[in-house]
Ligand binder design. Sequence first.
Ligand SMILES: C[S@@+](CC[C@H](N)C(=O)[O-])C[C@H]1O[C@@H](n2cnc3c(N)ncnc32)[C@H](O)[C@@H]1O
Length: 373
Amino acid sequence: MGLRDRAFQRAFATTFVYNILFEDSEVDETYLGLDADSTVLSISGAGCGIAGMMSGRPRRVDAVDINRHHLALTALKCTAAQRMRVYDDFYDLMGRGWSHEPEQHIAALAQHMPPWVARYWKRHAKRFRKGSLYLQGLTARMLGVVRQQAGLGLDWARQVCAMDVDERVTTLHRTLGAIDTPVLRAFMSSPVQLMALGINFQQRDRLVATEQSASMTDYFVEHLTRVMSTDLWNNWFFWYAAAGTFNHTQQDALPPYLRQDRWEKSLNGPTDVRYRHGNLFDVLDEAGPGTWSHYTLCDAVDWMPPAVQRRLFEEIRRTARPGATVLLRSVETEDPVQAVGAEFLHKLPCSAEASLADRSRQYRQVNFYEVHA
Ligand SMILES: C[S@@+](CC[C@H](N)C(=O)[O-])C[C@H]1O[C@@H](n2cnc3c(N)ncnc32)[C@H](O)[C@@H]1O
């Protein structure tokens, strides 16, 4: 990893960047195949994916992240899904990101969270009073600036949903074209915005080269253009970006853990979730053979140079249960597993379907692998 990306990782680790996971956790739910015997090692990000696992009631989840803000948010999402007994209270807090009495709810959940997480949320409960949790954090603020400049919001989101795909794309380009100034371009390409997009310098250089985009602003617009051809009414990434909130009128438009049927399955669930603040490799180092049946890695593999990727896959091989499943996302064109010759990870055929289904439209690859010892 180059110097710039080391600095990027250090800055990223200490900043509240995301409040949602930018990965389609419905895809994970469909293909991961969790059951009562599953043990999962998972990079958390903002935790919508791990919170979604609670309804599958696996035996154990080890949630790890170098970013304590993301891990604390993951702990809150999981604990709320397992412990809040009134769906409307749960939905206000985690779906709307707003509550009349966040301190009271958080105090009730605190006893089920690690002490450092309970202290974190005691300090930050006011995030649920200031408009909404979903307007806070670096990415939400960046999108807020774009929305404000371009006049986006709930009405715009509804109008665009009702259009056909060509009309949507024309409207998107016209709306964003109107604010395409040198100042906005400079803002979008600054290192802070890379952090908001979760893209390190190495990824940025490769993305701009492979997409043949002139800049990060063009990449951003191209990405939103891809989103336009999805089922927008149910695409929570679209609503989050365009309106700063989810589409609260449809359960299918929510990350699965927020839906009432999933909450019913998660409530009082048996899953032992452990929150490990630190590097994935530290957690792997401490583990013995046969520890996990599932690994979910977000797109963190893209942040690693090839030698580190290879070491990660070897560590997975060493700690996996027979036939374990690995899920990773990548913005690259080449399969990262193949690229480093980790032939003991066999790509599963469902990867093609999963890559097409992911409504975030951020990844070229959403790959599932089976571990062969
Ligand atoms: C790779 S980032 C990228 C964005 C991601 N696709 C999302 O939607 O959140 C996701 C998460 O991985 C974490 N992360 C990256 N490398 C890590 C590592 N080696 N160990 C633990 N967490 C890591 C980051 O802190 C971040 O919360």
